[in-house]
Design a protein around this ligand. Structure first.
Ligand code: BGC
Length: 751
């Protein structure tokens, strides 16, 4: 055998060995998968057996006792059988302080402060399932330290209207983005020993009249837009808890909605955990019991004696009660109860501080940056005027909704002072009085009425009549005129955006538009930081700002993250999870005049929610969904797909090259939208189907791969009452935002 033959033989040998190894690994993977399924199956079987045994030992009274709240945030177990009570904690952006057992009054302990996590839209702006997982992990660890079993979160409804009171708690106007974050959050919580309770199921998209409003919606819009986050959290992440929303859907309250709870959640998605009502959101005994509600929270108006009576008189079969107890036990036996030791321990750790810093620093969105004014050049800008109440305001609590008694919260002003020290002269002026609960009461907002009154959110005509506080204005103009640069802190606060009430408009509160106009007269060098959890009207502020960022209600470390972005230690990489419309009337529910509403909310825009509406109707937004600039530049090139034609079970694999052409190492969120054509069914102009956050060093490039299962292109067929795939063309649009598409590639979908 000559040398060449020997070489070929050894290559053959290596190849055979590799093929064999490959086959072996494949086989082992399958075996391990099979074993996991068997182990899980037998665990489930074991658990089910134990549950049956426990239920067999319970009296009817004991069972019914488990089906309602015992205190504001607990429901009972059965002590004699060693079944611990369930302990719940709000959620979704920090573990709530301890309350009196039967009221909303805080106990005012000194040991129950927690980390304030960035609120929903901030987490969503990271476009990162990994960040959501870390977030969930931090939340679970704090919940466990405080003895809690179930976190009332994440809150994953779709942001339908820009003015929705809970927009800041929710993730996005897009179902895929919301779903991926919901999966990350739920897994993060449940991988770390606590149960997650996804809320508010379903269609809680407005706060005005939330307890009575009846949502009228097509099955298609419900399935394609509003349910996917809940479905993914159940099917993919195995969420253990679901909270039924306050509102009605198709005529029935969510806590007694057979279609939502029995048919979709349990029968279709296979949910095996427990359904609890939103607080005081139960309205009946028999209907709720038969429609799939497991636990009435809090109190026992319907699921106490009344339920017991209904079983005794035969209106509710005892098997239904047994199923409810089984649903609770499935959660109870998965989550280890925590011994009540000191009752409450301090929970907020430096590690959690690091998590919230990471999330916050990836969430900040750079909207514009004329002449690369950012990052700040402190040699050129020695004196900086910091103007606006939001620079010194903390956002952990407020409104009447979810709040966190934060162990600490760094404001933007504190962080800037600490990080610039003797490198810059920071001069602060409050500029406007932050909107307060008094303004809210004056404006009648507690009744869901109009927000007016000086310092409040004034509609156009009211605004022209009101005046800025003359002393605050004079002070602001003085510091602005003596400064090289103005950092203007605009936006909302937690009194403006709140549970229980929608905003009546998007106008920046406290006459901020007037204030910036005045400031620009004395110093046009303005960078605006928008502190908000929801879209606000930026059209005026935009004109006067050379650079603009959105910094959200960004948690305990929000100030540090913002200062690091302004100073360039962190390169901005957040992307908008929702559209900033030019005018409120451009947004779908307002354009179609289906909002404001009172007893019925007709979702007439159907599947055309958020950018799906703006793009399909060719309405330019001020800043589009997915938008967010960087200090570096990225180029996209060489798009390729693994095939040109795809069948229903295929996965479209797309690759392209992403190059960082600037001088900062940075992260980019690449987005892939699909435009359908040649189809019989109407689709939105484009729909997000894949995205990824990628780190690329300056001057370097990376090959990016995105995968889109063809099944994700299906639509809901109203006639067949099922998912269906439309054949036809699909343009893959790859870009850095929904309106900045850099690459396109056409493929064909075949049946
Ligand atoms: C909210 C829920 C919350 C519950 C308990 C309700 O008003 O809608 O999100 O978990 O109160 O605080």
């Amino acid at each position: 055998m000559n040398l060449e033959e020997r070489r070929l033989l050894s290559i053959d040998f290596i190849n055979y060995t590799l093929v064999f190894l490959n086959a072996y690994i494949c086989y082992m993977k399958k075996t391990i998968f099979f074993l996991c399924v068997c182990v899980l199956g037998s665990c489930n079987a074991g658990m089910d057996k134990k549950i049956d045994e426990l239920i067999a030992q319970m009296t009817l009274e004991e069972k019914v006792d488990m089906l309602h709240g015992h205190t504001m945030f607990t429901s009972a177990g059965v002590e004699r059988l060693g079944i611990a009570p369930m302990k719940y904690a709000d959620g979704p952006f920090g573990i709530r302080e301890e309350l009196e057992p039967n009221s909303w009054m805080p106990l005012r302990l000194t040991t129950d402060s927690a980390t304030f996590f960035p609120t929903g839209s901030a987490l969503a702006a990271t476009w990162s399932e990994e960040m959501a997982w870390l977030y969930g992990k931090g939340m679970a660890e704090e919940a466990r330290t405080r003895g809690k079993d179930m976190i009332l979160g994440p809150a994953i409804n779709i942001q339908r209207i820009p003015t929705g009171g809970r927009t800041y708690e929710y993730f996005s106007e897009d179902p895929l983005l919301s779903a991926r974050l919901a999966v990350g959050y739920v897994r993060g919580v449940q991988d770390n020993g606590a149960a997650a309770c996804i809320k508010h199921y379903a269609l809680n998209n407005q706060e005005n009249n939330r307890g009575m409003v009846d949502v009228v919606i097509s099955q298609r819009a419900m399935r394609e837009i509003y349910l996917p986050p809940f479905r993914a959290a159940v099917e993919e992440a195995g969420a253990l808890g679901v909270m039924a929303a306050y509102n009605k859907v198709a005529g029935s309250w969510c806590a007694e909605n057979d279609m939502l709870l029995n048919k979709i959640l349990r029968d279709e998605w296979g949910f095996r955990g427990m359904v609890i009502s939103d607080w005081y959101g139960t309205h009946s005994t028999v209907k709720a019991a038969l429609s799939g509600l497991d636990v009435e929270m809090p109190g026992n108006n319907f699921f106490g004696q009344a339920l017991l009576d209904s079983v005794r008189n035969g209106s509710v079969p005892e098997e239904v009660i047994d199923q409810k107890v089984a649903n609770i036990l499935r959660v109870r036996l998965t989550i280890d109860p925590i011994e009540e030791t000191s009752h409450i321990n301090p929970v907020s750790t430096p590690e959690h501080g690091q998590i919230v810093y990471e999330v916050a620093s990836k969430s900040i969105v750079l909207l514009k940056n004329e002449s690369n004014l950012l990052p700040l050049d402190l040699d050129q800008n020695k004196t900086i005027a910091v103007i606006g109440d939001n620079a010194i305001r903390k956002n952990a609590t407020g409104g009447i909704g979810a709040g966190v008694k934060a162990r600490y919260e760094i404001t933007p002003m504190e962080a800037l002072q600490q990080k610039t020290r003797d490198r810059a002269n920071l001069v602060f002026a409050r500029g406007y009085k932050g909107f307060s609960w008094r303004d809210r009461v004056r404006g009648g907002v507690l009744g869901g009425e109009v927000l007016t009154g000086t310092g409040g959110m004034l509609s156009g005509s009211d605004a022209s009549a009101a005046q800025l506080d003359p002393d605050l204005l004079a002070e602001a103009l003085e510091v602005a005129s003596g400064a090289d640069l103005v950092l203007f802190f605009a936006g909302n606060n937690r009194e403006v955006e709140t549970e229980g009430a929608d905003r009546t408009n998007m106008i920046l509160p406290s006459l901020q538009d007037e204030l910036i106009r005045e400031i620009a007269r004395v110093n046009p060098n303005i960078i605006t930081v928008v502190v908000t959890g929801a879209p606000v009207d930026l059209s005026n502020v935009d004109q006067y700002s050379k650079a603009m960022l959105v910094s959200w209600f960004n948690g305990s470390e929000g100030g540090n993250a913002l200062a690091d972005v302004l100073l360039g230690t962190v390169v901005p990489s957040g992307k908008l999870p929702f559209t900033f419309p030019v005018r409120l009337e451009d947004s779908p529910a307002y354009a179609l005049k289906t909002y404001p509403n009172f007893d019925k909310a007709h979702y007439a825009e159907d599947i055309f929610v958020g950018y799906r509406w703006f793009d399909s109707r060719k309405i330019d937004p001020l800043y589009p969904f997915g938008h967010g600039l960087s200090y570096t530049g990225f180029t996209y090139s060489l798009p390729q797909t693994n095939k040109d034609q795809y069948r229903p079970n295929d996965v479209i694999t797309v690759t392209f090259r992403l190059e960082n052409t600037g001088s900062f190492n940075a992260e980019e969120v690449v987005q892939l939208y699909i435009h359908r054509s040649g189809t019989k069914v109407e689709f939105p102009e484009k729909e997000l189907k894949a995205f990824r956050r990628i780190q690329v060093d300056a001057g370097k490039s990376k090959k990016v791969t995105l995968k889109i299962p063809v099944s994700s292109l299906r639509h809901w067929d109203e006639t067949a009452r099922d998912w269906a795939l439309e054949p036809g063309r699909a343009d893959l649009l790859i870009g850095t935002s929904s309106r900045d598409i850099r690459l396109t590639k056409r493929v064909t979908i075949l049946l």
